[in-house]
Design a protein around this ligand. Sequence first.
Ligand SMILES: N[C@@H](CCC(=O)N[C@@H](CS)C(=O)NCC(=O)O)C(=O)O
Length: 205
Amino acid sequence: MKLYTSLTSPYGRKVRIVCLEKRIEMQLVEVTTGAPDSPVKDINPLGKVPALVLDDHRPLYDSSVIVDYLDHISPVGKLIPGDARQAINVKRWEALCDGILDAAILIVREKRRPPEQQSTGVMAHEQGRIDRGLAQLALDLGERKWCMGDSFTLADIAVGCLLAYLDLRFADLHWQNAHPNLLKLQVRLNERPSFIETLPPPPVS
Ligand SMILES: N[C@@H](CCC(=O)N[C@@H](CS)C(=O)NCC(=O)O)C(=O)O
């Protein structure tokens, strides 16, 4: 299997952490999505990473589909519970984290446009999603050890990748002040070898 991703993609990091937690071997192909010769468009028509190419050349995307597949093919370290109700809860955590990331990435993109083309309205709208999303994650976590209670799941991986991305790109957001329980979870997650091994490189700009 070949995983096409950038090292800064939080969605790609989610997949890489799942592989490490489940001891699934994967060839990592590092790509820059914006590059005109990026091979990703031939794999994923949306041109987004992560994209996975299976050994029989079938392509898989997006990250949520890829992690479902990976959890399904190996019984090692199950990250999505077998019970349907619990599985849906885990996927809802993941959907909220991915949705907050989508909003954060839109803001990053908007800020890269020339100042006169940036829309404060768009940025405020997306910031609202981030703020409400983080508040919901914090409320749902409460004082539990892991998102789902006693067991470490894909939900924790999704939250960890989200928070690290916010630290990377939104250092002045200071989400830790409003949500100390999320910070506690982040500290716990950052002790795991899978999180240490996939730390995003520092931003170039
Ligand atoms: N829902 C997708 C989101 C993937 C995504 O937005 N990836 C970004 C990198 S972090 C990307 O490839 N952007 C390139 C583009 O939009 O052209 C997933 O979970 O895989």
